[in-house]
Structure formats: C-alpha cells, structure tokens
Design a binder for this molecule. Sequence first.
Ligand code: R5P
Length: 282
Amino acid sequence: MRIVAGPASQLLATRTAALLGCDIDLTDYKEFPDGEVYSRVTGEVTGNDIVIIQSTPTARDYIYLLQLIDACDEAKSLKVVIPYFGYARQDKRFNPGEPISSRAVARTINADQVFTINIHDRSVLAHFPCKAEDLNVAPEIGNHIESMKLHNPLILAPDDGALNLVKSAASLKGLAYDYLEKTRLSGTEVKIAPKNLDVKGRDVVLLDDIVSTGGTIAEAAKLLRVIGAKDVHLGCVHPVLVGNAVVKLYRAGIKSVISTDTLEKATSRISAAPIIAEALRK
Ligand code: R5P
C-alpha cells in the first residue's frame, strides 16, 4: 500500500503512513497565474494499491483531489480518504432552485472506496458512486476530554445535530452530556434558546462537528456564562476556523480549543490517524 499525501492533509497522511508502516508519496502542487491548479503524484502509482488522503475545505483542494484521483487511473486499487468533506452541510435543498451541493461533489469521486470522518450528515455517503464509510473520531475526543481533568464536566452539543457526536464522545468514559437548541439566522448569526441546564460551577465542553465562523459556539458560550458555568472549553472534529473565529471564541470566554487533525490548525491536538489506519488495515 502507498499513501499519497494531498496538499491539505500532509500531517494526517504522514501520521497514518507511520502507523501502517507503509510508503508515503509527496504531491507536487502549484497554482498557475490564471488561478488553475496543478498537482502530480511523485511516487509509482501504476499497479499499486493507492490511498489518497486529502481534505477538501476549499474549491482548490477539491480540484487537487480530482486531479490526484485521475493521476491514479492505473493503480491496482484506489481508496480515497476525505477527512474533512467540504460542502457536506448543503445536504438537502433548503430553498427552491438550490443544488444539493454535497451530492454534486460526492458524485465526482471516482475510486474503489471512500472514507470520510464524522461527515456532517451521513445521508451524503449514499451519493458517492462507490462504497463509502464514515469513521468516528468521537471516542478519541472523549479520551482527550477525560485527560483534561475538568471539574464535574458536562459535554454539550450546541444543537441537536451534534448530539450523536457528543453522545459518542461522552459514553465511553461515562461523562455527562446534553444539548442546546440553535436557530440559524444567517451564515454568521445564530440564536441559542435559553435552556434549564445544570451547569452552575461546572466545567463545560461545547462539542461540535464543524466550527467555521465560531458564531454558534460564541453564542452558546455567552449563554453558559450567564447561567453560571465555570470554565467553557471547545472541542470539534473539523476546525475550519475562518477569519477571526479563534479571537471571537476567546472573546466569548472559551478557555481552550481542541480539535482533530482532519484540518491542520494549531488546535489540532487529537489525531484521526489511528482510526484511518484501522479502517485501511481491514
Ligand atoms: C452546523 O450545523 C454545524 O454542525 C456547525 O454547528 C456549524 O457549521 C458551525 O458554524 P459556525 O462556526 O459558522 O457557527
């Protein structure tokens, strides 16, 4: 097996290859003056079992992935790991005339098998033209939260969409969990309904699949302070963290931010490599 490290997932690809003890190939990549991109696998793909690891947080990363897949057309087998799958949040037609963007993107992934990690909605998996499996990194997040030695911790989903993630992170270690009720007002604004929660004097970890602008978590953190939580921490799988998100979070009183390395940020202290390696060994 050879791993091809896509431009957006170099650290995770390296960690996965180290766990599997297999070869890892660099990708050469660049952007042309007109904005088109170019990528090339530097290792031998013909006749080999290839695994491409590449997140798609931007349109450019998505094109790199399509190019790398095409470059591997003479591989013996091709598996594609998309740790953070962009466009997953447009998983239905919310307004007339809209595309189901996640479907539009998933349909183009031409491989023998696809793996995603805690994809925003599992319904998207059905749109890949091949077998697709979503891997769950929540137990690793739960382990990390336990190691933080928090005071009477409560793991809290900012909305019911993140409840399964929170449940999965909390259950293994027997941690307490609950969720808040969120209404999205715009791309950057949300409203979190007050809720009768037992947070007085407790440490709370807000846990979400994706943190993008930080708007959801900032709102939730403000509410938690009002109702008496002690320290509020943030955990997430995919640290998209656009623009001023990190500063916004700290200004809202978030004590620390931890995430996985599906996207490579300074917060990426939990690795998804062990679950990827385990899935590839099967
Ligand atoms: C949406 O349902 C997701 O699970 C996240 O809650 C959302 O993407 C967070 O976005 P933002 O950080 O921009 O509020």
